[in-house]
Design a protein around this ligand. Structure first.
Ligand code: FES
Length: 158
């Protein structure tokens, strides 16, 4: 996974200004901020609101609406676990609940050691191999509790 830069208000302002003139600038700005910093934190909201002449609540609403945007920096590794229909029919929810319980995190949360963030996705296009997930962009297919735990322990260096 690419390293995100630490938050920098000046750099964030440059990114916002660069995209503010686009038609429909909000999503390009949010994507660019997330690409640079790995998340779109609260500090970004007033910058965007001011540049686009929107209220902070409006910007906040958009950031929260899209699951793609992280509100806090992610862990060193990111697991995107599918909660789509096909995966659910193959037991992904039980898999997810057991994993989240074992790691002691909620959806979108990061383990205390900062190693792993677990995020939901809603179909990865791997329905035929469900339940499925992406670990740092690498597909994991036909998951069982055991294979998922193994992949994660290996990724965390356990
Ligand atoms: S529903 Fe999970 S990959 Fe399609």
């Amino acid at each position: 996974m690419l390293e995100a830069s630490p938050w920098n208000a000046e750099r964030a302002q440059e990114i916002v200004t660069k995209h503010a003139g686009l038609e429909g600038p909000m999503l390009p700005i949010l994507h660019a901020l997330q690409e640079e910093f790995g998340h779109v934190g609260e500090s970004a909201v007033p910058l965007i609101a001011s540049a686009l002449n929107l209220s902070r609540a409006e910007v906040h609403g958009v950031v929260s609406f899209y699951h793609d945007f992280r509100h806090e920096p992610a862990g060193r590794r990111v697991l995107k676990l599918c909660r789509g229909e096909a995966c659910q029919s193959m037991g992904s929810e039980a898999l997810a609940q057991s994993l989240l319980g074992r790691l002691g995190v909620e959806w979108g949360g990061t383990t205390r050691d900062g190693e792993l963030t677990v995020e939901p996705v809603y179909c990865l296009g791997l329905c035929a191999s469900s339940p499925s997930a992406l670990l740092d962009g690498e597909p994991l297919a036909r998951l069982t509790a055991a294979t998922l735990a193994e992949a994660i322990d290996e990724a965390r260096g356990l």
